[in-house]
Ligand binder design. Structure first.
Ligand code: ATP
Ligand code: MG
Length: 289
């Protein structure tokens, strides 16, 4: 809880917890996410080739594979930024293929990006608050007129943003300009911003890239807490196998746009097809220019 507005923060936290556990109650047998036979082409290049997998509610699913395998493109399809050429994507049983990216927050989806794009001139707190816009009452006019309903919502959001920053160890930076923070801290700010939309499904694209060992450990703890407290389903793209082993229930390995295998992280690490996909890449990288 934040020292600034402890009562309001506690109220928001408690209300949010019950709201999330209500909303996030899984419908028996329906996956949180179903990707079915998704194919994506750019020109003649097949970036995703008939990819299918299910993610069970309230689990953490890892998406791994060599550079260029299609992981971010798959995220872009799920989040509505890319339109696959064929296939189907269902969030909690609802087809989302025709939904534009801006609608996805209302459907319970939030994501972070491989290269975080924060408003560098704004404070960390303002950046985190941006994540709340999709679910707040009233439009921009109501906000600019500062109607009583919106200012109450604004105060509650502010308290919640400060609480999220506290949880992720960033409370001290709330009033600093985002541009003053390290790349590793940008990732944590982006995670807080994503959580502000109250997602039920969270996509994280390389959250540990550029993080120090301490920051990775902190991130693992944060994922465990938000998953337990908020009943989230998480899909995470990551090259850091230690992190994948620590936080995932299952993983899928992609290579050249196709699914290579699915199983636990431990199974993936000893799977000969996976080892070959990675060694093949290293062998190419090791070749003298
Ligand atoms: N908008 C686009 N136009 C053309 N090609 C694209 C586009 N987006 C992705 N690609 C191509 O799709 C392939 C997969 O890229 P993607 O970024 O999805 O890989 P990745 O698995 O996320 O890799 P990395 O681990 O390096 O982030 C690459 O060959 C990339 O050049
Ligand atoms: Mg990527």
């Amino acid at each position: 809880m934040t020292a600034e507005t402890p009562d309001l923060a506690r109220e928001v936290h408690d209300a949010r917890w019950s709201e999330m556990t209500e909303d996030a109650r899984p419908v028996a047998g329906v996956p949180a996410l179903r990707v079915d036979d998704v194919t994506l082409r750019f020109g003649g290049i097949r970036v995703l080739d008939g990819v299918s997998f299910d993610v069970a509610p309230r689990t953490v699913f890892g998406l791994v594979g060599p550079n260029g395998a299609g992981k971010t493109s798959l995220f872009n399809c799920i989040s509505g930024h890319y339109r696959p050429n064929s296939g189907s994507i269902l969030l909690e049983g609802v087809e989302t293929l025709r939904a534009p990216a801006w609608r996805m927050a209302r459907l319970g989806l939030a994501r972070t990006f491989q290269h975080p794009a924060l408003q560098l001139g704004e404070t960390v707190l303002e950046n985190v608050l941006l994540g709340a816009h999709s679910r707040l009452p009233g439009g921009p006019l109501a906000w600019s007129l500062r109607l009583p309903s919106t200012s109450k919502a604004e105060r509650a959001s502010r308290a919640e943003a400060l609480e999220l920053l506290e949880r992720t160890g960033l409370r001290w930076a709330a009033h600093a300009r985002a541009g003053e923070l390290s790349h590793g801290l940008h990732k944590a700010v982006e995670l807080c911003r994503a959580l502000m939309s109250h997602p039920r499904l969270l996509l994280l694209d390389e959250p540990a890239a550029g993080l120090s060992h301490g920051e990775v450990d902190r991130f693992v703890e944060t994922v465990a807490t938000v998953r337990a407290d908020l009943g989230l389903t998480i899909v995470v793209v990551e090259h850091h196998m230690g992190l994948i082993s620590a936080i995932t229930d299952r993983v899928m390995v992609l290579d050249h746009g196709a699914k290579l295998m699915e199983g636990t992280a431990a199974q993936a690490q000893v799977d000969p097809r996976v080892v070959e996909a990675y060694l093949g890449r290293e062998a190419v990288e090791d070749e003298p220019a």
